[in-house]
Design a protein around this ligand. Structure first.
Ligand SMILES: Nc1nc(=O)c2c([nH]1)NC[C@@H]1CN(c3ccc(C(=O)N[C@@H](CCC(=O)O)C(=O)O)cc3)C=[N+]21
Length: 295
């Protein structure tokens, strides 16, 4: 039996439709949610992301402010821009694309963003709020993954979840969200012993390591739900193609459900960024939490 394919692209479209409804409701109050994206230099993954995001921000009726800075921009100039965006009442969400060039301290940049406008959920205030179960801005990729898991399973209570990858942007916040939904959570990484056997215990397997096609079908428990966060561009003849951290061809024969790459987690990440911007805008204006966009 082959796995159900979880259509992240279609799910993302329904999330964006919900976002658009909230945006038009806000318009009747003369409020337009605004998202500022800052890109320093020319990281290829970030460029893909910015291209898709800019288009979708405008499509749902929000204001998009793009700041593309030269790769040699100083840390001080970047921090000054963030201060201006923090103070700008038209900007409800601020995202600084990662990675930033080596001469800039990413932690300093993330700390400079007003936590209320931190739609990436990377500021330590939001990290701490999430970890202690309080109202936070939740990182977009884990939020999108959680939405897909809840849609498939309803409750995640008591399920074994293995998160492969311990990054601050995906692995750790993903584990927090799964724990909050009462899953039994293990974080695996490059030093984990017998990682294959551990993965085979997972009812929910999250692949977020950034290694193309590392996780093969024999790592997967039959019937498990596999969420592939990897977005890796690999050579394909003369051109390139996108592959995940999961070897899709072998995994699809074993899993119960699996997200494809492209068309899985990626589109949900962008939809959740738009959702977080509406959430930040509602909170800034003292309005109730937007239904269906927060967790
Ligand atoms: N502060 C920050 N936050 C981020 O969330 C962030 C970042 N920096 N830096 C770069 C990475 C990369 N990233 C992607 C999101 C969606 C797609 C996406 O929509 N991918 C499509 C395919 C796009 C294509 O066809 O090339 C898909 O998977 O279907 C890709 C890449 C977010 N990132």
């Amino acid at each position: 039996m082959t796995a159900d394919i979880i259509d992240g692209k279609a799910f993302a479209a329904t999330v964006r439709a919900r976002v658009a409804e909230h945006v038009s409701r806000l318009a009747s109050l003369d409020i337009t949610p605004g998202l500022a994206v800052v890109l320093v230099g020319e990281d290829p993954a970030s460029q893909v992301y910015v291209r898709n995001k800019g288009k979708q921000t405008v499509e749902v009726g929000m204001a998009s402010f793009e700041h593309k800075l030269d790769v040699n921009t100083s840390e001080a100039d970047l921090l000054a821009l963030i201060e201006r965006l923090n103070a700008d009442p038209a900007v409800h969400g601020i995202l600084c694309q990662l990675p930033v060039p080596d001469h800039i301290d990413a932690d300093k940049v993330l700390a400079a963003i007003d936590p209320a406008k931190d739609v990436d959920g990377f500021h330590i205030s939001n990290v701490g709020l999430l970890a202690t179960g309080q109202k936070a801005m939740v990182p977009c990729t884990p939020l999108g993954c959680l939405m897909m898991l809840r849609e498939r399973h309803g409750s995640l209570s008591g399920m074994n979840a293995v998160v492969v990858g311990r990054s601050n942007i995906v692995g750790k916040p993903m584990a927090q969200l799964l724990l909050r939904d009462s899953a039994t959570v293990t974080i695996a990484h490059s030093r984990t012993r017998d990682i294959e056997a551990l993965c085979r215990t997972a009812d929910i397997l999250i692949a977020a390591v950034g290694r193309p096609q590392m996780i093969t079908g024999d790592w997967i428990k039959p019937g498990a739900t596999v969420i592939d966060v990897g977005i890796n561009r690999v050579p394909n003849g003369e051109k390139t193609r996108l592959v995940g951290d999961v070897d899709f061809a072998s995994a699809v024969e074993v899993a119960g459900a699996i997200t494809p790459v492209p068309g899985g987690v990626g589109p949900m990440t962008i939809a959740c960024l738009l959702a977080n911007t509406v959430t930040a805008c509602c909170r800034a204006n003292g309005l109730p939490e937007p239904e269906g966009l927060t967790i």
